[in-house]
Design a protein around this ligand. Structure first.
Ligand code: WTA
Length: 646
């Protein structure tokens, strides 16, 4: 009996002690974030730093804050009205500079305009815009009046817009007449019209920024010009006092199931996370000029092209155009023209610059750069070294930042001057995070699932309209103790983290996140298609290319079915998801219970060993599929015709 009791005490003593240790780490993190939150200006301070009942976190409870106030009014009060907030360059038109004073005025005027047409606190306002100043104005105006913004990436087609508008029930959408890529006109407003023509949406007003002067067919009762909406006579618009947990925005991203997820971010926790990690990883100085090439339609664009630099009161650069138009040196010219100090881009872009050759860079003096960032996928050591030598001149730290739409801001990144860099590793977690590499059971291992012991301030607060999916996707694997990232990682002997990539069927194509199931769903909507499988294949520049295999219904083959399906994916998801190849096959490899063995398709085209085939019902199809693939897989053309970065 005594022995039994001793055993009981020992086991529970250990468990208790272990929890105690974790509890201490957690307490330290809370103290850390609490301290960081004081860097922002709150109308009312919080009374409780965090409450955590997995999977639900609430940060800075009782606190009242406004994002637009912290990005604008705060700096104006400090006398920064004349300081440039935005430098905007496009393929068309002249450069525009918005000082903090001008941005503040425009945001107030637009916020009042939004109120006038009936936008209410707490309701979603959709944006479908390129990287133009008015997009920043729109984000901040929404934030000012407490209407969460929902940006739809400008490369998404009308079907994707339709789905997002239908789900969010947004009554307002802000767009442009169009923009240009390599001189070609992209017609945003016409795409919105197409999405709305399907019906089944709640859109009452479409607000249009006139960028190109296109002649549009306007719907008198629905369409309004942005300029006409600005309230000119009274430009002070008091910021709403938002609860820290009120939504700041929703942003859709892809997951492993067919339906994109509307990721929800709160106001207080998100702002604290973004501000803190920006300052930490990029060692921000007040006179920095920061350029993130990321599009506003993705999380990097939200967090680090807009919110972080403006919260910090520095100058941020927006570029609306292709990186090779009018010439392949246009990025370096922009850096030279404005003496940009911090440059932040994705490995896919860097690989493209390498391919284009150093001569485009050598034409310009880019010695103003003092730090370089990378995001979106693993940067391989060779590419890292080129970035360091050719762009950084050997003097700029390379800051490889790991994060996700769901984390809102950096989780793993070096601290310049503190962390010794290793090419190819995002190095270590930033302060405030407890990052672990776990096996299925939740044991710490050297190689396994990348996980974060929750909660942290900027973490997503949910998936719009699907609480169960939120709980199941991110918090169920280890019973609510850890956040599941979907990535695989290795921790080396020095504690450095190396990201191996996604473990689910989510691809990164030129830095864009795309779910295989999402593509398959769109493809099988075509009446000729019986079954579809989308897989990724390595590409030297894009990182991954999309290959779609289809089995057609009987007697439905037509000569250009492959192109029709490619077009269907481009319009259903977006141009960035256009498959490299569509391959028609007779059957898929299936196991005895009829399940498609997609792993085999992926390994087959990658030329990898196929491993154990004993469960395969129809092994004879493999050679036939490989033949079909080899016939189609004739490259040699430029694969990137529309590069858009994360
Ligand atoms: C990948 C982009 C390696 C990762 C910010 C993650 C990275 C997914 C890195 C999120 C990095 C992001 N090194 N992989 N520095 N940064 N990833 O939501 O697979 O578009 O899960 O956010 O990008 O993609 P998302």
């Amino acid at each position: 009996m005594l022995k039994k009791m001793y055993f009981f005490l020992l086991v529970f003593g250990v468990v208790y002690a272990h929890d105690d240790v974790c509890q201490n780490d957690f307490q330290e993190h809370i103290v850390y974030w609490d301290k960081q939150a004081h860097n922002l200006e709150w109308f009312v301070p919080w009374h409780t730093t965090v409450t955590w009942q997995a999977p639900d976190a609430q940060w800075f409870l009782g606190g009242k804050i406004n994002a637009s106030y912290n990005c604008l009014d705060r700096h104006i009060k400090e006398g920064l009205s004349e300081k440039p907030a935005l430098i905007c360059r496009s393929e068309y038109g002249k450069d525009e500079i918005y000082t903090y004073g001008k941005l503040y005025e425009e945001v107030c005027k637009f916020a009042l305009g939004l109120k006038k047409i009936g936008v209410k606190k707490g309701e979603f306002v959709a944006l479908y815009m390129p990287m133009v100043a008015e997009a920043v104005v729109a984000l901040l105006a929404c934030a000012r009046i407490g209407a969460p913004h929902m940006v739809i990436f400008g490369g998404i087609g009308s079907d994707g817009i339709y789905d997002r508008l239908k789900e969010s029930k947004a009554r307002y959408i802000i767009t442009v007449d169009g923009t240009k890529r390599r001189g070609r006109v992209l017609t945003h407003k016409a795409t919105i019209d197409k999405a709305l023509s399907v019906g089944n949406n709640c859109v009452e007003k479409v607000i249009i920024v006139n960028k190109l002067g296109l002649s549009l067919s306007l719907n008198e009762s629905r369409d309004i010009w942005y300029r006409d909406l600005l309230i000119h006579d009274a430009y002070a618009c008091d910021p709403e006092w938002m609860d820290a947990e009120d939504l700041l925005f929703m942003l859709y991203t892809s997951g492993s199931t067919g339906k994109p997820k509307g990721i929800l971010h709160s106001t207080g926790g998100y702002l604290v996370g973004v501000y803190t990690t920006f300052a930490m990883a990029f060692d921000i100085k007040s006179d920095d000029i920061f350029w993130s090439t990321s599009d506003i339609g993705w999380i990097t664009g939200h967090s680090y092209a807009v919110y972080a630099p403006l919260l910090y009161g520095i100058t941020t650069v927006l570029y609306d155009g292709a990186p090779d138009y009018p010439d392949k040196d246009c990025f370096w010219k922009l850096i030279e023209d404005y003496k940009i100090t911090l440059f932040y881009t994705a490995p896919t872009a860097i690989r493209m610059f390498i391919k284009w050759g150093n001569e485009h860079i050598e034409k310009h003096d880019i010695s103003s750069l003092r730090l370089l960032g990378s995001v979106g996928e693993t940067i391989n050591p060779e590419v890292w070294k080129w970035y360091d030598t050719v762009i950084g001149g050997g003097r700029c730290p390379i800051i490889d930042t790991w994060f996700q739409t769901e984390t809102g801001c950096f989780v793993i990144a070096p601290i310049p001057g503190v962390t010794t860099l290793k090419p190819g590793s995002a190095t270590r977690p930033l302060p405030g995070y407890d990052v672990a590499i776990l096996d299925e059971q939740g044991n710490e291992v050297d190689k396994g699932f990348l996980a974060i012991k929750g909660p942290f301030p900027s973490m997503l607060r949910g998936i719009f309209g699907d609480y169960d999916r939120y709980k199941k996707t991110y918090w169920s694997k280890w019973d609510g103790r850890y956040y599941y990232t979907g990535d695989e990682a290795i921790r080396d002997a020095n504690g450095y983290i190396w990201i191996n990539g996604r473990l689910d069927d989510v691809l990164k194509i030129s830095g864009h996140r795309i779910g295989c199931a999402e593509v398959e769903n769109v493809v099988v909507e075509h009446p000729a298609v019986a079954e579809a499988v989308a897989v990724g294949i390595d590409d030297a520049i894009k990182g991954t290319e999309l290959v779609v295999f289809v089995v057609l219904k009987e007697h439905t083959y037509t000569k250009d079915i492959e192109n029709i399906i490619k077009y269907k994916v481009s319009s259903g998801i977006g141009v960035y998801a256009r498959p490299l190849h569509v391959i028609v096959v007779d059957q898929f490899p299936k196991n005895h219970s009829g399940k498609i063995m997609r792993r085999l398709l992926r390994d087959l085209i990658a030329g990898k060993p196929l491993g154990d085939l004993t469960t395969l019902e129809n092994p004879y199809v493999l050679d036939i599929i490989k033949e079909c693939y080899d016939r189609v897989n004739v490259r040699g053309i430029e694969t990137i015709d529309f590069p858009l970065f994360i």
